[in-house]
Design a binder for this molecule. Structure first.
Ligand code: NDP
Length: 282
């Protein structure tokens, strides 16, 4: 469109930037919605983050995603935070409204939106493997959605206990910790089991250490890993009759939520999922 005037620009700031499936997905969604918007992927070193955010303000970008290593550091450069981002202490999505930069976190919201397609988390018992950024975002958002109990199983005790404390004290969701030092046995009353670790990223054969005999067919089993989407963890769960949710759904939904935040309109989620599948050659 050589003669068109770009209406708005959104960007992603991170480092290093080696291809960005989100850019591919967002640009397809803008076209499908008839918006002449652009989504730029920008490599910004940590020492230049303040200048990067200043540039976003000065050039009037409509918003941005922030990724590793900026999700925590960006907070001091913003004008306000959503409740979820404030509780998580991490921002991955910023909206530029009336000259103010407002930070949100769409990772957990994207997960909860995927989960809601099969189950309402209210009052449910959830077990999460891992306590890193993704697990933290999911746990806080599930707590804000009224989950009944969240068990965090993590290899590193201090990190797991810190998340449990956050859930109990600030999110006001009953939570407990299990040290994950051997095959995890899913407690019988659990409704949802989530792999929130990086195990399985880029490795379809990677095993998440769980006791497969504790997987009941009533369980919903979800994975944050989106590449490959059919992880070994999900395949084992499906083999036990569990309903499964892949990480691609979470990635699409966090993109859908970002799109809504920036544009105020509903994107075509199918176009976004197809774009991701094409980009990832699935
Ligand atoms: P972090 O590095 O913050 O956390 C990683 C977590 O995995 C920690 O709890 C770590 O445990 C645990 N872990 C890693 N390896 C092992 C292992 N061998 N055994 C047991 N535990 C292990 O990463 P993030 O939380 O930011 O990301 C995790 C994954 O989520 C990534 O693969 C990322 O791609 C994916 N993700 C997917 C999204 C989506 O939309 N689908 C969105 C965001 C992230 P410990 O604390 O003991 O080190």
């Amino acid at each position: 469109m050589p003669n068109s005037v770009i209406q708005e620009i959104v960007c992603c700031m991170g480092q290093p930037v080696a291809g960005n499936p989100t850019q591919f997905m967002m640009e397809r969604a803008f076209i499908a919605a008839g918006l002449d918007w652009r989504y730029l992927t920008l490599e910004v070193p940590p020492d230049d983050l303040a200048a990067g955010v200043g540039g976003l303000r000065a050039m009037g970008f409509k918003g941005a995603n922030f990724t590793i290593p900026h999700k925590v550091a960006v907070i001091e450069h913003l004008d306000g935070l959503s409740e979820a981002a404030e509780l998580m202490g991490a921002v991955n999505c910023v909206n530029h409204v009336d000259g103010k930069l407002i930070g949100d976190n769409t990772d957990g919201k994207g997960f909860v939106q995927s989960l809601r397609e099969v189950l309402d988390p209210a009052e449910k018992r959830i077990a999460i493997l891992g306590a890193g950024g993704a697990a933290r975002a999911i746990a806080v958002e599930l707590g804000l959605s009224g989950a009944g109990h969240i068990e965090i199983a993590n290899r590193t005790e201090s990190r797991g206990r810190e998340l449990v404390e956050l859930l109990n004290e600030r999110v006001k969701t009953e939570s407990s910790f299990t040290l994950w030092d051997s095959d995890y046995s899913v407690p019988e009353e659990t409704d949802v089991l989530i792999n929130g670790t990086s195990i399985g990223l880029g490795d379809p054969d990677a095993e998440v250490p769980i006791d497969a005999s504790s997987l009941r067919p009533e369980l919903v089993v979800a994975d944050v890993i989106f590449n490959p989407p059919q992880t070994r963890f999900l395949q084992v769960a499906a083999g036990k009759g569990c309903k499964t949710l892949d990480g691609l759904g979470m990635l699409v939904n966090q993109g859908v939520i970002g799109f809504q935040i920036w544009t105020g309109i509903e994107p075509d989620a199918n176009v976004m999922r197809e774009a991701l599948e094409e980009y990832l050659e699935i």
